[in-house]
Design a protein around this ligand. Structure first.
Ligand SMILES: *[C@@H]1O[C@H](CO)[C@@H](O)[C@H](O)[C@H]1NC(C)=O
Ligand SMILES: *[C@@H]1O[C@H](CO)[C@@H](O)[C@H](O)[C@H]1NC(C)=O
Ligand SMILES: *[C@@H]1O[C@H](CO)[C@@H](O)[C@H](O)[C@H]1NC(C)=O
Ligand SMILES: *[C@@H]1O[C@H](CO)[C@@H](O)[C@H](O)[C@H]1NC(C)=O
Ligand SMILES: *[C@@H]1O[C@H](CO)[C@@H](O)[C@H](O)[C@H]1NC(C)=O
Ligand SMILES: *[C@@H]1O[C@H](CO)[C@@H](O)[C@H](O)[C@H]1NC(C)=O
Length: 473
């Protein structure tokens, strides 16, 4: 009953070696549990009402829902949550002005309609409220309105990335130097003060600067006030595009580098789980400050795919991919006119996790360029494999492949593009099973699957550098 899929690294290593891989018949003890909304979405606070006007928002979320059986969770927050003031009399969802539509506002107000829009999202919703301006009565009024109008409300954040607050922020107590312990005491105070009326609903931590600022460090400071916390969140960006910093695509999409990078969050997830709480990468994407030139590429799609799987393996219950200013966002999955390459990684990994995916294992050792994963259903049967050839192919040189044969015929679906630097917004087609998403995130044409079988011991399918394949068992 063991299904054997053989991998040859012939073309990569130029050595005629063939590794035989046995997919475990049952999930091993170390297999990771997969949250139904493992791939989720973060929407920048001020831009959220604008996102609800885009057909792509509904269609992209619905596509993930169609392959997973559950709508992605949405977290509404970001830098602008700490610039926002709630106005219960405001007639529109949000009110602000900017000189340039590409800018984020430096101050804004929002009203009850903001939460009405949020209540219409199909999945769990987390709302990020302001702590930085130190107006607890204002945030409490907003929290109570969120609770009253949103049956889908999962949790409420109080402050975004407080590790980045300036020493002159209103929340910083007079005479104190802002630090993890001062912030931890502030989080504890706010949870305790608001929890008595709002309930045990808060998302704690929400830090970016790991490991100096961490869930592990916050938990002992919260002490008994941890009862008000429902979930913990950390933010994660493997690269920075702030202030013109250089980004690097080969290292972003490098499988062993993704394995190493993501493993840093394992103790964070373990600390939250030990306290009986979920742990999320509550805001994440390829590079800070809206993304760099690498962020809209096909290589970033491959990163999204591999990074979600590594997050799950390290105990991260959900990864919320951040979507920033509409029309000025390199890493966004979708915009007004196109669905970007990164969404294809999100769609493909969701396809792999599927409606029945319960337990995930990595079958490679994490040190090479080929990532191999198996997903198991509730009956403990392996249902799909994913093969990621993370070798960097940018269009020059030879696109080597790794070959595959199986002991019985299996079907496969391919994620590919001309090369790792390909961008949908520059006219390239990224495809899943040969099909593309149109400008409003509807699958255009039907996806095809390929057949893989044993052909006299020779290879009958291959996965090229900068490409991935799902095998349906
Ligand atoms: C967007 O969705 C709305 C409402 O469903 C629909 O009326 C409109 O035609 C759609 N726009 C496009 C470009 O499909
Ligand atoms: C805090 O918000 C309330 C409205 O909720 C407002 O009346 C009050 O002026 C604000 N306080 C400060 C210090 O801004
Ligand atoms: C991938 O990263 C590893 C270190 O994590 C490095 O040894 C290897 O050379 C990298 N591969 C590529 C193609 O950049
Ligand atoms: C592609 O990558 C190779 C190294 O793998 C590099 O020498 C070459 O300059 C790159 N080409 C482009 C167009 O970026
Ligand atoms: C990579 O693919 C894009 C199309 O997506 C193409 O424009 C570009 O020329 C390719 N790069 C190279 C070096 O061939
Ligand atoms: C992209 O796909 C569309 C629809 O399948 C096709 O019409 C178009 O020619 C393709 N573009 C490229 C550059 O291959």
């Amino acid at each position: 009953m063991h299904l054997i899929v053989k991998f040859s690294f012939l073309a990569l290593a130029r050595v005629a070696s063939t590794a035989a891989l046995t997919v475990p018949y049952l999930p091993p003890a170390h297999a990771a549990n997969v949250d139904p909304a493992a791939l989720s979405i973060s929407l920048e606070f001020f831009a959220f009402p604008g996102y609800t006007q885009l057909n792509s928002t509904t269609n992209c979320l619905d596509y993930i829902d169609s392959v997973r059986g559950v709508s992605p969770a949405v977290r509404i927050g970001g830098t602008t949550q700490d610039r926002a003031t709630y106005d219960p009399d405001l007639k529109t969802a949000v009110d602000y002005s900017v000189d340039d539509p590409a800018d984020a506002p430096s101050a804004l107000t929002y009203g009850p309609a903001f939460f009405t829009l949020a209540s219409q999202l199909k999945g769990d919703v987390t709302v990020g409220l302001n702590r930085q301006l130190n107006n607890i009565s204002n945030s409490l009024t907003a929290a109570l309105q969120a609770k009253a109008s949103m049956p889908n409300l999962l949790s409420i954040e109080l402050g975004n990335e407080p590790d980045l607050y300036s020493q002159s922020s209103p929340i910083v107590p007079a005479g104190a130097t802002w630090s993890p312990s001062v912030d931890g005491t502030s989080q504890k105070q706010w949870f305790s003060d608001m929890g008595t009326t709002v309930g045990n609903i808060f998302q704690g931590a929400v830090y970016l600067s790991y490991p100096k600022w961490s869930t592990q460090g916050l938990i002992p400071i919260l002490s008994n006030a941890i009862s008000y916390v429902k979930t913990f969140s950390g933010h994660s960006y493997p690269q920075s595009a702030c202030g013109g910093a250089t980004t690097d695509l080969p290292s972003l999409m490098n499988h062993s580098a993704i394995v190493t990078y993501t493993s840093q969050y394992k103790p964070e997830a373990a600390a939250a789980h030990d306290a009986g709480k979920k742990y999320f990468l509550g805001e994440t994407n390829s590079a800070t400050c809206g993304g760099g030139g690498i962020s809209p590429t096909f290589g970033a799609a491959l990163w999204v795919m591999d990074y979600v799987l590594q997050g799950v393996l390290n105990g991260v219950d959900r990864l919320y991919f951040h979507q920033g200013t509409i029309g000025n966002c390199q890493y966004c999955f979708w915009g007004q006119y196109t669905v970007g390459a990164p969404f294809y990684g999100a769609a493909f990994v969701s396809d792999f996790l599927g409606r029945d995916g319960e337990k995930l294992v990595m079958l490679d050792d994490g040190s090479g360029s080929i990532g191999l994963y198996a997903i198991y259903n509730a009956a403990n049967a392996p249902t799909r494999l994913l093969i990621y050839n993370s070798g960097y192919y940018n269009g020059t040189g030879t696109r080597h492949s790794t070959g595959i044969s199986a002991t019985r015929e299996v079907r496969a679906k391919r994620l590919t593009a001309p090369n790792a630097t390909s961008r949908v917004d520059q006219g390239a087609n990224v495809t899943i099973g040969g099909a593309i998403f149109d400008g409003i995130c509807q699958l255009s044409g039907s996806q095809i699957t390929e057949s893989i079988e044993v052909v006299g011991g020779s290879l009958s399918a291959s996965v090229a550098m900068s490409e991935a394949l799902i095998i349906y068992l």
